[in-house]
Design a protein around this ligand. Structure first.
Ligand SMILES: C[S@@+](CC[C@H](N)C(=O)[O-])C[C@H]1O[C@@H](n2cnc3c(N)ncnc32)[C@H](O)[C@@H]1O
Length: 257
């Protein structure tokens, strides 16, 4: 797992990227380096490329990088074409023709599920506790918020750096808590998506997911929704009110209020 972070402001960056890197180094109080080759497998370095934040780190002995982008790939495509009927998450969080819940996504990650919920019309607050994942998501969100796609979203997306287990929701208006903690992967590592493996390098396995679930169930919300890989056991010990199955995963839905 990654234990130490740097900021890279090396030769290959543009002046603007180097200036942004210097700013981040100061605001996060992290040392700057100018040679990525010196990184070990327990170290990672943030850098800017075309003004976007990315993280250089090792995976299987080769240096690679991780960055988030709300416009990227399948999720950006789905968000642009989302409709209540084609997203199982809409059913899971309880969307109705004239009703969209306010959602706390307590395990934000790359923000992909949150983006779909915002595209459905929900106001979504994301909590992310991992320092590096939060920095990448914050940068991706700030770029996305400047785009016409964000302005066209019927819902909204906001982000906190927070451990949800420590959050007190008493005076908040959340109706749904959404959970998608990391799941220990049993398949051969090469088969697991590269992104997920990089995530695990950064954040580990979310071994306290049962505690997070118990926290969610004790909050003043109407429902708790847990995304689980197909075949994975339920979180905690309460049986879900119902489940909604998709091809590779399912939603365990708990009606609590
Ligand atoms: C599997 S990823 C979530 C992926 C996300 N649903 C998406 O669509 O991109 C799990 C994330 O939850 C975060 N996480 C786990 N427990 C958390 C907690 N108690 N508070 C905040 N974030 C948490 C992890 O750091 C990790 O980034």
């Amino acid at each position: 797992m990654i234990k130490q972070f740097f900021i890279y402001k090396g030769e290959s960056s543009s002046d603007l990227d180097r200036a942004k890197a210097a700013q981040l180094s100061e605001s996060l109080n992290i040392d700057a380096i100018d040679n990525l080759e010196l990184l070990t497998s327990e170290q990672a370095a943030f850098a800017f490329h075309d003004e976007k934040l990315l993280l250089h780190l090792y995976l299987d002995k080769s240096l690679t990088d991780l960055a988030f982008d709300f416009h990227d790939g399948e999720v950006g495509f789905r968000a642009a074409r989302v409709s209540k009927s084609n997203e199982v998450v809409a059913k899971a969080i309880g969307c109705k023709p004239n009703y969209r819940p306010v959602v706390l996504d307590a395990t934000a990650g790359m923000g992909r599920d949150s983006l779909i919920m915002a595209a459905l019309g929900c106001n979504v607050i994301m909590n992310e506790r991992n320092f590096a994942i939060y920095q990448l998501l914050k940068d991706a969100l700030s770029h996305y918020k400047q785009s016409k796609d964000y302005r066209a979203l019927p819902g909204s997306l906001d982000l906190n750096e927070a451990d949800s287990i420590k959050a007190v929701l008493e005076n908040e208006s959340f109706e749904v808590i959404y959970l998608d903690p990391m799941f220990p992967e049993r398949k051969k590592s090469a088969l697991v998506k590269k992104e997920m493996r990089l995530f695990k390098q950064l954040a580990g396995e979310d071994n306290d997911a049962d505690r997070l679930f118990n926290w969610a169930m004790s909050q003043p919300v109407k429902r708790v929704v847990v995304k689980r890989p197909k075949g994975a056991p339920i979180l905690g010990s309460s049986k879900p009110s119902h489940e909604i199955k998709a091809k590779k995963f399912r939603y365990d839905v708990y009606l609590v209020g």
